[in-house]
Design a protein around this ligand. Structure first.
Ligand SMILES: C[S@@+](CC[C@H](N)C(=O)[O-])C[C@H]1O[C@@H](n2cnc3c(N)ncnc32)[C@H](O)[C@@H]1O
Ligand code: SF4
Ligand code: SF4
Ligand code: SF4
Length: 357
């Protein structure tokens, strides 16, 4: 069987699994949005975070969710994903994550790392953090300009070094969001990160969501997209641990070549999230619309909601879009990523048909 036939067989099988997961979802990633407050103000921020915005449910409320998940779901399969805003600004961070660790949860965090001093790295070890992903969005000047914090790059790099020096974490990753301006810095950035003792580099394209929607000129052009994917593929051919993120069906040429898995948007079947107001949803990157809120941890038991609601996510996204229904790749793509769908106009904003395949 040649490589394309093997990929087709895998994708066919994955499509069968999709139907099974709609019937019998399997929670693997549970996101807690601890805060929308942030010490940076990135122009592209998908959740429109900024200094002084609000924090999430209090520590006791989150602890109650953890107890419920432990009692009523297969919690050993679940990775707790801590994010924000800047999660380290959440009051009670150490208490909450120490508790999660004590009762047996695995947890990881995405952070801008500017607040990770040696003491904070020690606290992260003490509370059992396993994995961490740190945002670096370009060379020094670009990073600082895009993230709205002078000195942010140096602080983040020091933060990463403090994490490395701690020698306690299973996986330290850097995440870079590529846009039309910083794409030219990929090679230089690679040279810098290659000198550091990190475990992987996640390189993703800027997604049209949150504040990024105000900067259409920063989105990737078709040429940028092709350049990005060929960069990642080339690095991986040289055994460099670079991965593209979970988004978008990439076609037979690129599927499984730029990440370790095949496309599957797991929102609502593998992934659930709790927003800062306690709302229960499928993925924090999906537009916050009333029809997507499945419950609230202040009034509902998370496990009940996960097991009995979420129907809006447990059907093909393509059912909302005529173009997708008529597409020859629908079987493998199913309408693409839920976070980039335009729900007002029933259309996928990011589709790589005619760009990559
Ligand atoms: C929302 S942030 C929260 C954690 C932390 N404040 C940080 O920046 O790493 C999580 C990740 O989403 C990325 N992100 C934010 N907006 C995005 C967008 N429009 N497209 C792609 N990634 C985005 C950030 O760059 C970061 O890597
Ligand atoms: S991407 Fe992260 S660091 Fe940037 S404003 Fe959003 S939450 Fe803050
Ligand atoms: S909505 Fe987007 S970010 Fe969320 S699981 Fe799906 S592809 Fe990933
Ligand atoms: S048209 Fe829809 S189903 Fe086809 S590749 Fe694009 S997003 Fe996927």
């Amino acid at each position: 069987m040649d490589i394309y036939e093997a990929k087709k067989a895998y994708l066919d099988n994955k499509d069968k699994m999709r139907s099974e997961l709609y019937e019998k979802p399997d929670l693997i990633y549970l996101f807690f949005e601890l805060t929308r407050s942030c010490n940076e103000k990135c122009f592209h921020c998908g959740s429109s975070c900024a200094p002084g915005l609000g924090h999430g449910p209090d520590v006791e409320e989150f602890k109650a969710v953890l107890r419920d998940v432990k009692e009523n779901l297969d919690y050993k399969r679940i990775q707790l994903c801590i994010t924000g805003g800047e999660p380290l600004l959440y009051p009670g961070f150490a208490e909450l994550l120490g508790y999660a660790n004590d009762i047996g949860f695995r947890w990881g965090m995405t952070t801008n790392a500017t607040l990770i001093t040696k003491d904070v790295a020690q606290m992260l070890e003490d509370t059992g953090m396993g994995t961490v992903s740190v945002s670096i969005d370009g060379l020094r000047d670009t990073h600082d300009r895009q993230r709205g914090l002078k000195g942010g790059y140096d602080k983040a790099m020091r933060g990463i070094q403090n994490l490395i020096d701690q020698k306690a974490f299973r996986h330290i990753q850097v995440t870079t969001v590529i846009n039309h301006q910083n794409i030219g810095e990929l090679d230089e950035l690679y040279q810098i990160l290659d000198q550091m003792d990190i475990d992987s580099w996640r390189v993703i394209g800027i997604e049209p969501m949150g504040r990024a929607l105000d900067y259409p000129e920063m989105l990737l052009t078709p040429d940028d997209q092709r350049r990005l994917f060929s960069f990642i593929r080339e690095k991986r051919e040289n055994q460099i641990p670079v991965n593209y993120g979970c988004s978008h069906f990439l076609g037979l040429e690129y599927e499984r070549e730029v990440r370790d898995w095949f496309f599957y948007c797991g929102a609502g079947t593998h992934t659930a999230a709790i927003r800062i107001n306690g709302d229960i949803t499928a993925c924090l990157d999906i537009e916050d619309r009333p029809e997507f809120v499945q419950g609230n941890i202040r009034t509902d038991k998370f496990s009940d909601v996960w097991l009995n609601k979420f129907q809006v996510y447990r059907k093909r996204l393509s059912s909302l879009c005529t173009e997708c229904q008529e597409c020859e790749y629908e079987k493998w793509c199913a309408g693409g990523s839920r976070h980039s769908f335009d729900y007002d106009n029933c259309k996928q904003r990011v589709c790589f048909k005619d760009i990559l395949f």
